[in-house]
Design a binder for this molecule. Structure first.
Ligand code: NAI
Length: 462
């Protein structure tokens, strides 16, 4: 029987971060992980996607460089080399986590674990671990839809797509959410003809995005040759000699080579002993928690994708830090999901923080809105990245910034200045009056704030 102060079930960006922070604060912490450290984000999600996103950006840049007088021969793609480079990026980061855990004195237990009581975890090795507190950080799994089973060779999960073993000539993607559109971007750049099939009237409808942001992305994707069908349900498929026919509910048939299913993720909360300990889950399988992320059993906390809220790595890490600090210091920092930025790696990228204009209005706020186009930024033109805009939404009374959306080049990096503004309750004036270096992309945020105040220099103020 092993004993520790804190046992963390799951070594993803929620679990390993929680354990490191707890150890920094003097707790004895153990992480139980059955697969690779780093969880979905590092191994099958954010990191491999971003490696492929940046590698394939080279392809699109090379193909467009002729316009500015620089011509390349048609690039060749060595998929094996591409995959092993991406795997090395992942392995480097996974090794890094292993080192960080060990240098912080966190014990890593390589096993599957399940709660056997409110203070005990039973391990697949046969051992038992008792702890004063347990944190459940088991993450989420890809949702399967029965007519499109992942064990069929023509049907891909996002994990299959990230192995980059082949480039299908025609790729259908079921689900126009974040994963579907990020992988659509990668495979379109690799040369696939991409068809996106979305059930709802709009793509990216699970994110709180302005209609203008979504329509800008849609236009850009269709200009690149992708087909996006909304209000369309994928029903079934039939295998032909060397291709498949995907049937949609409107009676249409689409001949494609592979079908990628990206219709959402569900919390991984089954078979981990929740029922035995009386830990409550909601109707969708998410663990019920209070504002301090404590479950219905006071010794057990839950974080990340296993609890309701945005399914994002940085949200899981933030949850993990909050729980570690609560346990070590006895108080919990308040948190709001509005403060969690999101970055979507499409072309152009999208990033947002805080509320959209529509959500602010729905909450009864009178707003001031400012916009500024990338096409008016010298730096963006020099980068040949004129698509997109910055949008700032502020409270019309006190000018506090309520939300920012950016669609355009490097939006994922640009959003952090806005995240500080929203988190710290900064006003439009705080951004507008701060001198931003020229020529840079963040000038767009300053100009959008100035535009909301009616004093943008490089745009006509409304
Ligand atoms: P999602 O919930 O974002 O999108 C799934 C889409 O599939 C929805 O639009 C839904 O209407 C559609 N759909 C469902 N059933 C369908 C059917 N039968 N036919 C056609 N369309 C159908 O889920 P996704 O993209 O799988 O992502 C899972 C989670 O991971 C999300 O919470 C997402 O935010 C998170 N994630 C975030 C990333 C980022 O922030 N960069 C990257 C990857 C994942």
């Amino acid at each position: 029987m092993m004993k520790t102060d804190l046992a963390v079930l799951g070594g993803g960006p929620g679990g390993y971060v929680c354990a490191i922070r707890a150890a920094q604060l003097g707790l004895r912490a153990a992480v139980i992980e059955e697969q690779a450290l780093g969880g979905t984000c590092l191994n099958w999600g954010c990191i491999p996607t971003k490696a492929l996103f940046s590698a394939t950006k080279l392809l699109s840049q090379a193909s467009e460089a002729e316009d500015i007088g620089i011509a390349f021969d048609s690039p060749t793609i060595d998929l094996q080399k591409l995959a092993s480079w991406k795997n090395r990026v992942v392995a480097t980061l996974v090794d890094g986590i292993d080192t960080l855990l060990s240098k912080n004195g966190v014990e890593v237990i390589r096993a599957r674990g399940a709660l056997s009581s409110q203070r005990e975890i039973v391990l697949s090795t046969g051992d038992r671990l008792t702890a004063d507190h347990i944190v459940i950080a088991t993450g989420s799994d890809t949702v399967q839809i029965p007519p499109f089973p992942f064990d069929h060779p023509a049907i891909w999960s996002s994990d299959d797509a990230l192995t980059v073993r082949e480039i299908p000539e025609r790729l259908a993607i079921i689900g126009g959410g974040v994963i579907g559109l990020e992988l659509a971007t990668i495979y379109q750049r690799l040369g696939s003809r991409v068809l996106v099939i979305e059930l709802l009237p709009e793509i990216l409808s699970t994110a709180d995005l302005d209609r203008r942001t979504v329509s800008t992305l849609k236009r850009s994707m269709t200009n690149k040759g992708m087909t996006i069908l909304t209000n369309t349900a994928a029903e079934s498929f039939e295998t032909q000699d060397d291709y498949v026919v995907l049937k949609t509910a409107d009676g249409a048939q689409h001949c494609v080579d592979r079908i990628l299913v990206a219709v959402g993720r569900r919390p991984r909360t089954r078979d981990i002993g929740l029922e035995a300990c009386g830990i409550e889950v909601d109707e969708r399988g998410f663990i019920r928690v209070n504002d301090s992320l404590q479950t219905s059993v006071p010794t057990v906390y839950a974080i990340g994708d296993a609890v309701p809220g945005p399914m994002l790595a940085h949200k899981a890490s933030s949850d993990g830090i909050r729980v570690a600090e609560t346990l070590a210091q006895g108080h919990c920092q308040p948190s709001s999901y509005d403060l969690i930025p999101q970055a979507i790696f499409t072309d152009p990228e999208i990033a947002s923080v805080g509320v959209s204009e529509a959500a602010a209005k729905a909450a009864g706020k009178a707003t001031l809105v400012g916009r500024f186009p990338f096409a008016a930024l010298g730096k963006a033109l020099g980068m040949r990245e004129p698509d997109g805009f910055f949008q700032v939404v502020a409270d019309s009374e006190d000018h506090r910034i309520l939300g920012v959306q950016i669609i355009g080049a490097e939006a994922s990096d640009l959003i952090s200045e806005a995240a500080i503004a929203v988190q710290s309750g900064l006003t439009l004036e705080a951004i507008a009056d701060a001198i931003h270096p020229h020529p840079t992309l963040p000038e767009g945020l300053k100009e959008a704030a100035e535009n909301a105040l009616g004093r943008s220099i490089h745009a006509i103020n409304r």
